[in-house]
Ligand binder design. Structure first.
Ligand code: NDP
Ligand code: MG
Length: 390
């Protein structure tokens, strides 16, 4: 029997929801993995505890002001430390077969690109990367022979059932959406919702930003754009259907009428395990589905009036060029303002749409171009916030 070599793995965004689920699987399969780099933005205590537990080679803190605290905590352990964007890039560049890209937001773009450029296998959770710079990122994947494994549950589901050799026979890709905590609510009733209500997702346990995105359904909009970049399909072939049970994670329909779906419990450890073990499979300690317990799987149309963000994301995808990057930047600004109670929930789409209306959507030609667009869009969105401050 052949013994499988140990896989070297780096986790960018190790202290987040996806990062911790990844490390949970690594902990349970410690004989299969060697942890190389771990990163966080500001949680020094959590990062140093993880670095010690997993005997990482390098621990990186995004916030440079926290470097001394990190050094102090890791003194005498032999674990190297670094900080800031340069440190995050170093973490991604360290020799490791798999890089879990689980930083939240556009901040994850440069480190993810660095991992892609050394031809690594990148388990991609950070959807904002593809939304801001999908064309550039996919081109780099091709040029450097990197492997991109989608971790987002919908895209991981599609990846599992999409027959790439028969892409021309694919008629539709159907993304499922839980509908979030406000499914069925009218626009009027969403005026007074609080951050605590918005991040209380009915099925998934996720970070704050993506939880708010799920509540506005911007998350599904970002995922439509993500699917467009990841799979050889046309924009018009991507559909969204609300599926409150979050059991069918997405579907692909073929020309003979067959629809292939991937099902599972709503637990990110399934798509993460798929990505860590690829091209094999590994055990994940997730609740097994009991179809008799579930009873019924239901599907509904999206209410695009109450959840305007999904329509805005589609419009940005159709407009192309810089529009998705602007959409993403404005959304990040608006969500942060909502979380700090400076913006109403229903004003998130207004900030996004007004920012899109005033920014130039000329397509970015380089990564630095993407960052310029991101910066301009963030400043424009900040001005929009000022007009709507609570
Ligand atoms: P979390 O907010 O839980 O974690 C984010 C991680 O990124 C943390 O480690 C955080 O560090 C770090 N981070 C935050 N800001 C920066 C920054 N500016 N520079 C460097 N690092 C930073 O997010 P999630 O785990 O929920 O999501 C991560 C990504 O995966 C997102 O893009 C999300 O859309 C995507 N995703 C998440 C899913 C989920 O179930 N959670 C499902 C599908 C996709 P610190 O802890 O120190 O702040
Ligand atoms: Mg998803």
């Amino acid at each position: 029997m052949s013994v499988r070599p140990i896989k070297r793995i780096s986790v960018l965004g190790a202290t987040g929801s996806v990062g911790l689920s990844t490390l949970d699987l690594v902990r349970r399969n410690s004989h299969k993995f060697k942890v190389v780099s771990l990163t966080a933005y500001s949680k020094v205590e959590e990062l140093s505890a993880l670095a010690i537990e997993f005997n990482a080679e390098l621990a990186v803190i995004g916030d440079e002001k926290k470097l001394d605290a990190l050094k102090e905590r890791l003194a005498g352990t032999g674990i190297e430390v670094a900080a800031g964007e340069a440190g995050l890039i170093e973490a991604a560049e360290r020799e490791a077969e798999i890089v879990m890209a689980a930083i939240v937001g556009a901040a994850g773009l440069r480190p993810t690109m660095s991992a892609v450029r050394r031809g690594a296998t990148v388990a991609l959770a950070n959807k904002e990367c593809l939304v801001c710079a999908g064309d550039l990122l996919m081109e780099e994947v091709r040029v450097h022979g990197a492997t991109l494994l989608p971790v987002d549950s919908e895209h991981n589901a599609i990846y599992q059932v999409f027959e790439v050799e028969r892409a021309s026979s694919v008629e539709r890709v159907i993304l499922t959406a839980s509908g979030g905590p406000f499914r069925g609510r009218s626009y009027e009733s969403l005026k007074a919702v609080t951050p605590a209500e918005a991040i209380a997702h009915p099925n998934w346990d996720m970070g704050a930003k993506i939880s708010v995105d799920s509540a506005t359904m911007m998350n599904k909009g970002l995922e439509v754009i993500e699917a467009y970049h990841l799979f050889p399909i046309k924009k018009s072939q991507i559909e969204v259907v609300v599926h409150p049970q979050s059991v069918v994670h997405s579907m692909v329909e073929y020309s003979d009428g067959s629809v292939l779906a991937q099902l599972g419990s709503p637990d990110m450890r399934t798509p993460i395990a798929y990505s860590l073990a690829w091209p094999e499979r590994m055990e994940a300690p997730v609740k097994r589905l009991s179809f008799t317990e579930i009873g019924a799987l239901t599907f509904e149309e999206v209410d695009l009036e109450a959840f305007r963000c999904l329509a805005l994301a589609r419009e940005a995808m159709e407009a192309g060029g810089a529009a998705p990057a602007i959409l993403n930047a404005a959304n990040e600004v608006a969500v942060a303002a909502f979380l700090s109670e400076k913006l109403r929930f229903i004003d998130i789409p207004s900030v996004v749409s007004d920012t899109l209306a005033i920014c130039d959507i000329k397509a970015p030609q380089s990564l630095s171009n993407v960052f310029e667009i991101d910066k301009i869009a963030r400043a424009a969105a900040q001005n929009q916030l000022a007009l709507r401050a609570i």
